[in-house]
Design a protein around this ligand. Sequence first.
Ligand code: UD1
Length: 432
Amino acid sequence: MDRIRIVGGRELAGTIPISGAKNAALPLMIASLMTSETLTLENVPHLADVEQLTRILGNHGVDYSVNGKRDHQNGNGGGYSRTINFTARDIVDTVAPYELVSKMRASFWVIGPLLARMGVARVSLPGGCAIGTRPVDLFIDGLQALGADIDVDNGYVVAKAHNRLKGNRYVFPKVSVGATHVLMMAASLARGETVLENAACEPEVVNLAECLNAMGAKIHGAGTPTITIDGVDQLSGASIRVIPDRIETGTYAMAVAMTGGDVLLQGAQPDLLQTALDVISQTGAEITPTNEGIRVKRNGAGISPVDVTTEPFPGFPTDLQAQFMGLMTKAKGKSHITETIFENRFMHVQELARLGARIHLSGQTAIVEGVSKLKGAPVMATDLRASVSLVIAGLAAEGETTVNRIYHLDRGFERLEDKLSGCGAVIERISG
Ligand code: UD1
């Protein structure tokens, strides 16, 4: 299994190009199931999760071509974000089997488009990152509110819509990004008006709404807690660009805040992560939006401790919590990091401790006592964001850190080691 080897202690200096957002690309790809015409997505990141979802969609009958070529090894500049055309001329299978869905939670979201277009879907209960129980009750309640008949049978959610879904008002009892995506897609092809209240406001929801509107949907209010959708009879093809990855942006900004140095995050968009950028500046880094992206700089001064609590957008994202904890391990003092979105999202704590971090857990809060020195060690992580927090810590640790099980990193970070070594980090992938 591949590993990443890091020799810590170098400042980062240079330019890091920010890729298209994984969490936007996945729902946009799934939206291709809603039309028989071609959906063209620009700026799709080259990631294991994207490849996996492409296979899953292929199972339902979605054909794809990359930059006009079928072979994605060609014509994409050797692995960076590319343009992909997805065409679901005919849906050949409305079943999403356990073997596929268990590998990636987001693939459960096919339930919305399949049900809306075909009137039936049989989708396995999901797997994905090991961060809490992650139920699907909101999807089921919401789709039932749109008139779907739903049974859970043998680990599968079986959904049927006799004579089309019907628009309705649905108030999410809890903010959910995935359930907002699914209900927005399903309601786009329902009869009549749907009003979603307490919807997720994440930029990826806005990107999906823009895509669906470009396909002919009538969605208003995406990006606010109330989304109104006037159902239409059918959707057409469209072309849309995947937004820049705000989590990748925040991750590299924190890496620079950790090591010191001066890096331009090229193509990054500050409004996608303002709260996180404010927090990073409070730690002592200088954040400057430029025409080209965001410049992050930290010279001389140490890292100041800052308390954070994760919240739905526009709050501090749970997907940056582990990385921020990595940064706080070297702060000059104590910080409190509270996780409110997922239970059990502190698996990185014991691995950070292997590098010399001092962290105590108290319920959903981690109390991090900054240390002056981290020391390299072999570590491994069980989810995507936790893995990258170990990379951040490794970059500032003395000596060598080896991060094992890096398939998690490949799920969500495009060419991580190239981007960091391009800025002076000593980091390499070791195969086998
Ligand atoms: C998405 C992101 C993930 C991010 C998360 C929160 C993608 C591919 N993944 O995940 O990276 O960490 O948003 O910003 O975009 N919940 C229920 N019942 C449900 C659905 C969710 O209780 O039916 C709970 C979850 O367990 C969690 C909370 O709601 O506690 C938020 O989850 P949700 O926003 O749905 O996360 P995802 O869409 O899975």
